[in-house]
Design a binder for this molecule. Structure first.
Ligand code: UD1
Ligand code: UDP
Length: 352
């Protein structure tokens, strides 16, 4: 079997590492990086650390408006699908790279496989929600991480070729934990004591582009007496500067560049509390059983909230402060996202 995998943004490198490792045992993989993320700390670092093979092609699309970015990816992907004639085009999650891959594959002689199918936030103002829905509706293989994802697809009339394989990010986490030290070096490097700091990330346009929301979030984090470690996405740094918040954030928070995957898992595992608007980090917090305060009004990972370890606070200062003062604690041992063998299962289905 010949598989053309399309990835482009930070969380997709983590997810692809899991499937690529399994796939290459018996099949041919052509790896295409769209270039959506291009900074060393958002891209190269993951390839080195997770042992992802060097991409066969980097489309170099870079940052642009949604249409320009997606369109440029589609033009180049169409040429590559023509050149390689793969059996399957494989992509992950809900980014513009996922959407470009799925539209191109669906109109060509290749089957589309979507990993992380069936997730819904039910908020169509999020570009990712549009990407998810469109991708699911043109996919030939829908690999879902949970039972609720199956139900979302059923509600939209998609019942064929849906496989509950669990969450690939759980596989990735177990893989990195096997090789990491109990107290990771990143803690020493940043002078942190385990269980004695808050870890925060913000990168959703709804939070970064809206000055009022970003100011409310930064205020609450700065006012907390605990140390707040904040590895900042470049989008966030530029919005902090645009909204006149960068100086305060830099002075009162431990504002750092994004870190590699192993370091970030180490920072999460040893934190007292995580504050984030990331999809992947909500889940990692859940797997690591660290309380998570989510700076969004809804989540596509509702099980993390239902099991008690995650609370949705949006950018409402009162709710954020309350959650920081009494973080959500989960006593559940439920495993809604599978058993950490999603990569094997995906390859098994594709091979059969
Ligand atoms: C994208 C995904 C989002 C995902 C996130 C993971 C879409 C629509 N959004 O959001 O779902 O959660 O990746 O991190 O696909 N930039 C850099 N260097 C880079 C990449 C980006 O400086 O290497 C800056 C640019 O100013 C760019 C901005 O970040 O305009 C946003 O990048 P983009 O890839 O469009 O979206 P993300 O916010 O990263
Ligand atoms: N991550 C990382 N370094 C960081 C921040 C995040 O390695 O500085 C990892 C994190 O562990 C998770 C993934 O990046 O696996 C989440 O990506 P992101 O929050 O950018 O996107 P989302 O999951 O919201 O789409």
């Amino acid at each position: 079997m010949k598989v053309l995998s399309v990835i482009g943004a930070r969380p997709q490198f983590v997810k692809a590492s899991v499937v690529s490792r399994e796939l290459r045992k018996h099949h041919e993989e052509i790896l295409v990086h769209t270039g959506q993320h291009y900074d060393e700390e958002l891209s190269d670092v993951f390839f080195e650390e997770l042992g992802i093979p060097k991409p066969d092609h980097n489309l170099g699309v870079g940052s642009a408006s949604h249409a320009k970015q997606t369109g440029e990816m589609m033009i180049q992907l169409e040429e590559l699908v023509t050149e390689y004639d793969p059996d399957v085009v494989l992509s992950y999650g809900d980014t513009n790279s996922t959407l470009a891959a799925s539209i191109v594959a669906s109109k060509m002689d290749a089957e589309m496989a979507h990993v992380e199918a069936g997730l819904r936030s039910f908020n169509r103002d999020m570009p990712e929600e549009v990407n998810r829905i469109l991708t699911d509706h043109v996919s030939d293989y829908l690999f879902v991480p949970s039972q609720q994802a199956i139900e979302h697809l059923e509600a939209e009339g998609i019942t064929e070729s849906v496989y509950n394989v669990g969450d690939v990010m759980y596989d990735a986490l177990l893989w990195v934990q096997e090789s990491s030290a109990d107290e990771p070096a990143v803690l020493k490097r940043l002078g942190l004591d385990p269980n004695n700091y808050i870890l925060a990330t913000v990168h959703r346009p709804r939070n970064t582009d809206d000055a009022e929301r970003l100011a409310a979030i930064i205020d609450c984090l700065c006012d907390d007496p605990r140390e707040v470690v904040f590895p900042a996405h470049p989008r966030t740094v530029s919005c902090l500067a645009d909204h006149g918040l960068l100086e305060r954030a830099d002075e009162e928070l431990t504002l750092i560049d994004p870190v590699g995957y192993g370091d970030f898992i180490g920072l999460q595992a040893n934190s007292e509390l995580i504050v984030t608007d990331s999809g992947g980090i909500q889940k990692e917090a859940f797997f690591l059983n660290i309380p998570c305060v989510t700076l969004r009004e809804e989540t596509e990972w509702p099980e993390t909230v239902e099991e008690g370890g995650n609370v949705l606070v949006g950018a409402d200062p009162e709710k954020i402060r309350d959650a920081l003062a009494s973080p959500p604690i989960s006593t559940s041992d439920a495993t809604p996202y599978g058993d950490g063998t999603a990569g094997e299962k995906i390859v098994e289905v594709l091979s059969s």
